[in-house]
Unconditional design. Sequence first.
Lengths: 262, 367
Amino acid sequence: MGVIERNNVHVQGTSERSMIFAHGFGCDQNMWRFVEPAFADNFKTVLFDHVGAGGSDLKAYNREKYSTLAGYADDIVEIGRELGLTDTVFVGHSVSSMIGALAAQKAPGMIGKLVMVGPSPRYIDDGDYVGGFSETQIEELLQFLESNHMGWSTQMAPAIMGNPDRPELGEELTNSFCRTDPEIAKAFARVTFKSDNRADLDKVDVPTLIIQCTDDIIASKAVGEFVHRAIPKSEIVILEATGHCPNLSAPDEVIAAMRPFV
Amino acid sequence: MDVPRIDDFEDMFENAPCGYITLLPNGRIKRVNKTLLSWTGRTAEQMTGQRFSDFLNMAGRIYFETHIAPLLRMQGFFNEFAIDVVTAAGEPLQMIANALEGRNADGKALFTRLALIKATDRRRYEHELLTARDVAKTNLESEREASELREQFIAVLGHDLRNPLASISAGARILGREAKSDKEHQVIAMLETTVLRMAGLIDNVLDFARGRLGGGLTLDRDTRKPLEPVLHQVIDELRLSSPGRQIQAEYAIDVPVNCDRSRIGQLVSNLVGNALSHGASNEPVRVRAATEDGLFKLSVANGGEPIPEAVMGKLFEPFFRGEVRASRQGLGLGLHIAAQIAKAHEGTLAVSSTSEETRFTFLMPLR
């Protein structure tokens, strides 16, 4: 199976300039449904699911490869090579901001600009650094995820995986945007919330836009500012929007922040 | 105290048998009903205007932000999610919640309504199920490791037992050439018989271990060489080792049989050995091997007491041992291995037992 099927890649448009959107922990490429259309006229847009999420090929999920964010970054590079992307705008939400930062270093020239929506290089507090979470709380999260399987069942997996395009979802596919094998969800949560990419930030040498929400408990304003200070060619925009998913809750603000930058 | 009225909707909201919360689009609490306030030991003043996620434990907060909030925006509702609301005393209150987003005509979110039901018992039950599953998984893994080790041990043991047996067999042959008295010949014949029986037991043990180790029995099929001489040899050896017993053999093999000859020999050896051990000693063991009706048919019959109905179903299970005098006591693998050999040839091994005779029949398709 090629990377296009593996990562459920969808490409729109033929523009020379391209933009690739990466979803974070929790859901899938549908997270970009209100933002991507705004750029589809001027950019070739690329949407995909990380392996283990959405309509990706769950059989391609490799515990070892995806135990670090670098494994996910390798996939971005593979998708970029497959599509011949150069000087592309990489838009990453949440943990995918860091995945994008790693991918940019792995394949110089492929990613020309980075947009980070709600980034955090480290979620767990460490000395003076305030990530917002303690080790114990993250362990609790991993436990807690088991209580919320979102209707996932082995019987249903073929139905979910058999509809990678999922044109119109029936009632039984409720929650499918955010549903996956609980074991994979747990592993992705672990790699997300236990990662530490602070040392990778100053190696990011492409222009970077940080989009930061007011009142985001996952990635606080202080964390966003930390990222801004650490990445040399970065700028930060603070949105009025609250929460961790402005791409869904306040797409207009996200689009307005991105336009002048891209 | 006010008497509640059936059509009082305000009362239905406030004192419903579930908790209600209304959220503004920014996630802050607009209104909480009395039921939830009393369950959490909080006041309306404490909760109104705060973020809903402020009243969740940290895991719940992350889950709310990364799953519930996005799903509400994408599909407009989210049912049956587990969440822990933290009470005024700091205790987690396990709940199951449904959420519904209210939208205007443009799809813009106006508010979110949440209905929460206490689910302490259910969540504890689920937790116990999860724990039990994990324990079962761990036990299964360690059990699997132990059994793998055991089977490896048997395989190694089988190999190591063959070598000294080969020395005894060679020694007996050398002595046999120089034996003079009848007594000496008798002892050496007995030695050779015992070696043969021992070798058979070891073969069975090895095959059993191999079958269990996942590889299964492997066949070395060959149509070109005739099967009959192999059967002759096996039966002759058994005649030698059972003096005083009669084995009648009848052959009608007219076409080549696509089989592993040494395996079929082993099957016959196991079946005839079984018949000698369990059949009446004053009646012959009757072997018939034939090719007819597109099948290779091999049957081994003996007289004596029929096999009790109760044990018929267990005959082909490993380590099954019937009543037999101690000197013929085996490992209980003979029939099991024979059945495995039959299966590997896409054939069947069946048994019938009456007061007249007990008959094992092996059938395999000729192709």
